[in-house]
Each structure stands twice: as C-alpha cells, then as structure tokens.
Design a protein around this ligand. Structure first.
Ligand SMILES: NC(=O)c1ccc[n+]([C@@H]2O[C@H](COP(=O)([O-])OP(=O)(O)OC[C@H]3O[C@@H](n4cnc5c(N)ncnc54)[C@H](O)[C@@H]3O)[C@@H](O)[C@H]2O)c1
Length: 291
C-alpha cells in the first residue's frame, strides 16, 4: 500500500483517528479531515482542532520512525519506497479542517490532496454525529438536520468530491470509496430513528455506488460497527440516561465494547488489494450486535 493516498473524514478522534494511524503505518499518505470545532446544532463536543493536530503529529511521528528504520538499512526496495511517500514537506499525514456538511469544503480537500500527492486512491467517510434520546416526533429539527447532514449528507458530499478524483487515476485502477455505517443501519433502535435512517441510507448509497462504479476498478463499501468505545458512544449513553457507555457491552455477543482500531483494521483491509472482489457491501464489524 506504500505510495497510496487517502482522505479520511472524522479524523480528529475515535474510529477516524485510528484509521489515519493504521493507514500511515501501512505506508499511505493521508489528508486527515475534521471539523475541529463544535457544531452549534448539537449538545455535545466534537473533536477539537487540537485533537486533529495531535492525531496527525502522532501519525507522522510513527511514519518518520519507520522511515528512519528503513533508511538506516542498506538500499532495500523497502527503504526507497518509504522515502518516496514523504511529501516535499516531509510529512505523509496532513491535517485539513473542513465541515462535511459543506460540499465545497470537501471539493477543496480533495483538490488539496491531489495537489500535495498527485492523486487520490481512497476516500474514507468516517465523520458522524449522534442525537436523539426522544421519540422521532419530539426531536429538535436542528438536531435532525445535523444527523442527516453529517451521517448521510457528509458521505454523499465526500463521494461527490472524491469519486471523480479516484476516476482521474490512470487505468488499471484500484480506487476505494469507504464509509462508516452502523449496526443502526439494520436494527430499529428506539429514540435514535434519525440516526438509524441516516445509517440505512449509507448502506443503500454504497450498494448503488458499487453498481455505478462497475468496470472502473473502483469499489464502494461500508462497515457497520457495533458499540465502540468512543466519545460518540459516551454521548449515546447520555441520551439513554446511562451513567457510562460500559453497559452497552452486554448487548454484544462478544460481551465487550469494540476498540476503534478494530473497526479501522477492517476499513484498512477493504482499502487494500485483498478486497478487490468486494463492492457494494456493508460489512458488520459489530461483535455480533446485529445478530
Ligand atoms: N462509536 C460507536 O459505537 C459507533 C457505532 C457505529 C457507528 N459509528 C460511526 O463511526 C463513525 C465514527 O464515530 P466515532 O465513534 O469515532 O465518533 P467520535 O465522535 O469519536 O468521532 C467523530 C469525529 O467526526 C468529526 N465530525 C463530526 N461532525 C463533523 C463534520 N460536520 N465535519 C467534519 N468532521 C466532523 C468529529 O469532530 C469527530 O472527530 C461515525 O460515522 C459513527 O456514526 C460509531
């Protein structure tokens, strides 16, 4: 995977941050995108600018340690490749602040990645938010809009901006569009109707995109996480009036919460050559939650 270029939204923390780290470890160059500011329509904190900068610094630290190790050996193929993937500024991972609710902001992000690294090979739509905790008909309209705009609109906005860039790569291509859905895409979770609708929309979107991209060498897939130990799950616990998110562990057959890296590793696999035959799929990474 050395030399490939990715854009990851929702990169400031949680599953997006773990995805950035695993891609950087695997030799990708990454534009790590996050809003980095609170969303005034939502009652909880999102990832901050400092969070995103810390994720990027850590990814570059790990990449530069790998580079130093590779360069220290005699001129092996691996050493040459590690040097190749560093951008002129020497940083394979860069922070980019953008709101996925804004289609133009994602067009600019894609243009920045193409200008920095000469193209884009994979786009990961990870950014998501949660709101609810009340019946659908009582949900504040601005929260409903935020969930739909980020969890479904943000995925569509990234596809609109990034798929043309994936198609600009010369044939034979192996481009990837990847999105994060949820077990909520198939389960009817009470008090989370809008979130469930948005995530079901993501599954429908990748089915259709997978068909549309047939014959191009580009695939479109999603993963559906179960309860994963992140700030979003803590907010979900608050919406249900639970003191912590730990209680969600018992609803998953594996009996524990998932770690963000466990979702990122399947996303990274789907971005790799071993997943050439997978398209239009929504892969459950949920500890059995949807069973
Ligand atoms: N944690 C879980 O249990 C769980 C389960 C199923 C699905 N998911 C999905 O996984 C994805 C990642 O969630 P997480 O659990 O890591 O949550 P998280 O809150 O830890 O991280 C989400 C990131 O997205 C960013 N973000 C939110 N709105 C944005 C916007 N408008 N523009 C740009 N960035 C924005 C936030 O700043 C934050 O850094 C989401 O799509 C979520 O719906 C999570």
């Amino acid at each position: 995977m050395t030399g490939r270029v990715a854009i990851v939204t929702g990169a400031g923390r949680g599953i997006g941050a773990a995805t950035v780290h695993q891609l950087a470890d695997a030799g990708w160059s990454v534009l790590a995108v996050d809003r980095g500011t609170p969303d005034p329509d939502l009652p909880y904190e999102l990832g901050s600018g400092t969070d995103l900068e810390a994720v990027v610094a850590e990814a570059n630290r790990r990449a530069s340690a790998a580079h130093a190790g590779a360069a220290g050996r005699s001129r092996t193929e691996r050493g040459e490749r590690a040097a190749d993937r560093l951008s002129p500024a020497g940083h394979p991972v860069r922070a980019w602040f953008a709101d996925v609710r804004d289609p133009n902001a994602l067009v600019e992000a894609v243009a920045a990645a193409e200008s920095e690294w000469g193209g884009v090979d994979a786009a990961f739509a990870v950014a998501g938010v949660i709101a609810g905790g009340v019946p659908l008909w009582d949900m504040p309209i601005e929260q409903e809009r935020a969930v739909l705009d980020v969890c479904l609109g943000g995925v569509i906005n990234l596809a609109r901006a990034a798929v043309p860039a994936l198609l600009r790569r010369p044939e034979p291509r192996s481009g990837r569009f990847l999105a994060v859905a949820s077990a909520a895409a198939t389960k009817g979770l009470p008090m989370l109707a809008v979130y469930c609708a948005a995530k079901a929309g993501v599954a429908g979107l990748v089915r259709s995109l997978g068909a549309e991209l047939g014959g191009t060498g580009i695939t479109a897939n999603a993963v559906s996480p179960g309860s994963t130990d992140t700030a979003l799950l803590t907010e979900t616990a608050r919406l249900y009036g639970l003191p912590t998110a730990k209680g969600f562990a018992m609803q998953q057959p594996i009996g524990r919460l998932l770690e963000p890296g466990e979702i990122a590793s399947v996303l990274t696999f789907l971005a790799g050559a071993g997943a050439d035959a997978v398209t239009g799929a929504t892969v459950a990474v949920d500890g059995g939650l949807a069973l």
